[in-house]
Design a protein around this ligand. Sequence first.
Ligand SMILES: Nc1nc2c(ncn2[C@@H]2O[C@H](COP(=O)(O)OP(=O)(O)OP(=O)(O)O)[C@@H](O)[C@H]2O)c(=O)[nH]1
Ligand SMILES: [Mg+2]
Ligand SMILES: [Zn+2]
Length: 328
Amino acid sequence: MNASPDTDDAQDNPPADLVAGTVIRSTGSWCDVRTDEETIPARVRGRFQLGEQGATSPVAVGDRVLVKRNADATGVITHIDERKNQLGRRAAGRRVGREHILVANIDCVWIVQSIRLPRPNAGFVDRVLVTAEANEIPAGIVLNKSDLIQEEHAEIIAELRNNYARIGYPVLTVSAKTGEGMDALREHLAGKTSVLTGPSGVGKSSLINVLEPGLDIRTSHVSTKTRRGRHTTAYAALFSLRSGGYIVDTPGIREFGVLYIDPWELSHYFIEFKPYIKDCRFPTCTHDHEPECAIKEGVAEGGISERRYQSYLNILDAIHLGDKDVGR
Ligand SMILES: Nc1nc2c(ncn2[C@@H]2O[C@H](COP(=O)(O)OP(=O)(O)OP(=O)(O)O)[C@@H](O)[C@H]2O)c(=O)[nH]1
Ligand SMILES: [Mg+2]
Ligand SMILES: [Zn+2]
């Protein structure tokens, strides 16, 4: 009767000297694990085997884990439950295989962009969307700093709406400063575990500070000279929301590289491409150089946006380059 939907696997009946919890903060070698009663600082030893494919992974925020207590107040993580899903990216400038798992076991990913300082980056949005689709995680876009909107931004905003809202991704325009749009965001977050991701300085931590007053997460100014954030949030952290649900703050990302996607699969993660794919002449069409390509026809006739198609080609290029990396 009292079974909580949050507990499953080994955690229903952990051995007596082990305690089950959720990783709410991770610095790599140390984590904070929240149990029913307390938060235990726990050491992580290396990577863990997850699932049946033999893949290994470091512990991530959102992981359900077992902790063995030490004599002092600390613990050691001994087990990670199989993940429902994970959101990972390729670490910038590194070779393929250098994955960086941002968060595990989430219900929704929100890509945060700002009107300016820094400006929206549609390529970034598309790379996260592809990753979310590949991992079957619902996604949406939060456009923050609406208080800074001026006439010159009308086009950018209209394009974001056109490109994303019309293909089914929610686009919320909000301001952490004035509170505009925050109720709509709150409604979307209720009862779920959501993660905010985006470049540094777009206001991820500021938004969480508004959603959950009292947290006082550190934020800092965007440099007006470089127009970049200062990478204020260093580690991902999960917070519970009084209104129900959880939210994960993450460090700003300069480049969100896609992981583990084959060239032929990529178009399946551009959701508006799907109805066209079957009409390409070649079943293995990558919609790049091949003749009689239904995607290219879709772009020509306006059903697929030129910009999304360009984004597709950019990611395809990056995947091909990554393949070469592996062979080195
Ligand atoms: N004008 C305006 N400024 C905002 C808004 N939201 C956040 N900011 C400012 O933007 C700057 C960056 O905010 P942060 O919350 O630190 O950004 P972040 O996305 O968490 O950045 P990282 O932790 O570096 O990834 C701060 O100076 C905030 O005060 C907003 O809605 N309007
Ligand atoms: Mg932050
Ligand atoms: Zn094609």
